[in-house]
Design a protein around this ligand. Structure first.
Ligand SMILES: Nc1ncnc2c1ncn2[C@@H]1O[C@H](COP(=O)(O)OP(=O)(O)O)[C@@H](O)[C@H]1O
Ligand SMILES: [Mg+2]
Length: 161
């Protein structure tokens, strides 16, 4: 099942990111797909904040992986530059991913075989201007139901805003 949320601006995408963070536990992985500028990093930054990360959360495109100390350790990977990583590159990229941390992975496909099954998959499509269409898939029916409820809640709040 796929939950869908139409975001009309960065704020709404950030609210969704914070909401997703609330569903996560140590060991969980969230993968994010979507073109450059779709809002992957925007969502991850808000999720990291909600997990207690302070200070700047910037795109790790050149570092591949950033890690932060929140209430749980937060790993943020961007595998954009990892075309076809060898085992060593893969190991380095995934160093901060583990059972104690929550990991967010942009452009996950190159590293997918080294990751646990993602708890949440996020796909973001441009919808013209500041509009973005976000599709969310959970690892299990319980997560799907939580994602659906999260999207319903955001829609209701934005209708009343
Ligand atoms: N609805 C929206 N959701 C997320 N970002 C948006 C939205 N509308 C405009 N933006 C802008 O688009 C850009 C998204 O950049 P970023 O999050 O770095 O994307 P990505 O990591 O997918 O390349 C930011 O400048 C952000 O302010
Ligand atoms: Mg990014």
């Amino acid at each position: 099942m796929t939950a869908e949320f139409v975001s009309e601006g960065p704020d709404a995408t950030e609210e969704l990111g914070a909401g997703i963070a609330g569903l996560l536990a140590p060991g969980d992985v969230v993968v994010l797909r979507g073109d450059l500028g779709a809002g992957k990093t925007t969502l991850v930054r808000a999720a990291a904040r909600a997990l207690g990360v302070e200070g700047p959360v910037t795109s790790p495109t050149f570092a591949i992986a950033n890690s932060y100390a929140g209430r749980v350790p937060v790993a943020h990977l961007d595998a954009w530059r990892l075309g076809d990583p060898d085992d060593e590159e893969l190991g380095l990229a995934l160093e901060s991913v583990g059972p104690d941390s929550v990991a967010f992975v942009e452009w996950p496909d190159a590293v997918l075989h080294g990751l646990p099954d993602p708890r949440v998959r996020v796909d973001i499509a441009h919808g013209g201007g500041d509009r973005r269409v976000l599709r969310l898939d959970g690892a299990d029916p319980g997560t799907d139901a939580s994602l659906e409820a999260l999207c319903d809640d955001l829609r209701a709040r934005h209708r009343n805003a």
